[in-house]
Design a protein around this ligand. Structure first.
Ligand code: FAD
Length: 368
């Protein structure tokens, strides 16, 4: 099978890997450089924040996706020498009111959860200004560094013979009957082969013919990066929707915002100030002078904010893998596996119905 993929974010890259592993000959077209949009901007937390608020369709893809990362990280490190810094740092839910829901969810999912009193928290995380009576610790929540994952995947795919065209924007699909024959790029037309996969993140709906669940719904998220001494913070943590992700080198990422501002991907001073104030409320010793960067990315939403994975309802050889909104890194390996199973007519591990591009299950968008 010869497949063309549009979009070189993590969803396109992992789709390329899964298709290559299944024996397909793959070319990937990226309008800029690989993974410089949402996939670069993201935090790399490998579990939905407040997971119990999400429907089973998100939890299932996240569970399978997260489970794939240890083997994937090992493979990429062996083959490319790039360490994606997959780290099981655990997550502290600092909202005491979430305790019962978190424990019920962990019990049902067979995952560990532990209540820490304020004193226990302070002894584990001395830099933390404990905001409430205690916290739920989810010790097995992991993280990785997205830019490293992108670099490793790009290098591995090229090594394995996947054709990667950067700086190649697709401006239109060229149809013949009910199939897509080619895509238009600045150099002319490129034949797509047997199938075309659109994995163009927030820009996917602008490329494909209409489908019920495929919607242009970018959601801007902003992040701050501050430098601290290594191990200033050991766990990832979240409080009232704001989170911190400590990296091994002492840098800490603080996020995030959920803003419906169309395709405006610029960071703002107001959000930066708010993120910094929230960060300093939790970690009072943070030195604002060690602010290294602020950035924003556009998360790809969908009509109901569930991923859109499957065959396009009106075009036989057009496939979609998009709409992963807040959890695209966690779900990417499982979404790619689902796509490839469907493309090969194999029974997928998860029920594909909730992700089908043409049909909506509930009709209601998730709350941001
Ligand atoms: C601030 C922030 C924090 C996040 N934190 C997390 C987290 O902790 N955990 C988690 O699991 N997820 C997180 N996410 C979500 C996650 O990053 C996204 O769901 C995921 O990266 C989406 O990947 P993608 O490949 O679909 O999109 P993108 O990374 O946006 O990639 C789409 C690619 O398609 C290319 N493209 C678009 N149009 C064309 C065209 N016409 N021709 C060629 N190429 C084109 C773009 O240039 C881009 O490279 C976060 C997102 C943000 C913004």
């Amino acid at each position: 099978m010869r497949v063309t993929i549009v979009g070189g974010g993590l969803i396109g890259l992992l789709s390329a890997l899964a298709l290559h592993d299944a024996g397909a000959s793959v070319q990937l077209l990226e309008r800029g450089r690989l993974g410089q949009e949402a996939s670069w901007a993201g935090g790399g937390i490998l579990w939905p924040l407040y997971a119990w608020r999400y429907p089973p369709a998100i939890q299932r893809l996240a569970a399978h996706g997260v489970a794939a990362y240890p083997a994937l990280a090992g493979r990429l490190q062996r083959e490319t020498g790039i360490d994606v810094e997959l780290t099981v740092s655990g997550m502290l839910i600092l909202d005491a009111a979430e305790r019962a829901a978190a424990e019920a969810w962990a019990g049902a999912a067979g995952r560990p959860a532990q209540w820490l009193t304020a004193a226990e928290l302070s002894s584990r995380e001395p830099a933390l200004q404990v905001p409430e009576a205690g916290a739920t610790r989810l010790p097995d929540v992991a993280q990785l560094r997205n830019p490293r994952l992108i670099r490793a995947l790009g290098s591995y795919l090229r090594q394995r013979g996947v054709t990667v065209h950067e700086r190649t924007p697709v401006t239109a699909l060229v149809a013949a009957g009910e199939r897509i024959e080619a895509v238009r790029v600045p150099q002319g037309e490129l034949a797509v082969g047997d199938a075309l996969v659109i994995a163009a993140g927030a820009w996917s709906a602008g490329l494909a013919p209409p489908a019920a669940r495929l919607q242009s719904r970018p959601v801007r998220g902003q992040m701050l990066l501050l430098q601290t001494a290594p191990a200033t913070l050991r766990h990832m943590l979240i409080h009232r929707g704001h989170y911190a992700i400590p990296r091994r080198d002492g840098s800490i990422l603080f996020g995030s915002t959920m803003e419906a501002v169309g395709f405006d991907g610029r960071p703002t001073a107001a959000a930066g100030a708010r993120l910094l104030a929230n960060a300093q409320a939790l970690l009072p010793a943070l030195d604002a002078g060690r602010l290294r960067a602020q950035w924003a990315g556009l998360r790809p939403g969908s009509a109901d904010d569930l991923p859109v994975v499957g065959r396009h309802p009106a075009v036989a050889n057009l496939w979609l893998n998009t709409g992963h909104l807040r959890n695209g890194v966690a779900m990417a390996p499982a979404a790619a596996e689902l796509l490839v199973a469907l493309m090969h007519g194999r029974a997928p591990r998860v029920d594909p119905a909730p992700y089908a591009p043409g049909a909506m299950e509930s009709g209601a968008a998730l709350p941001l």
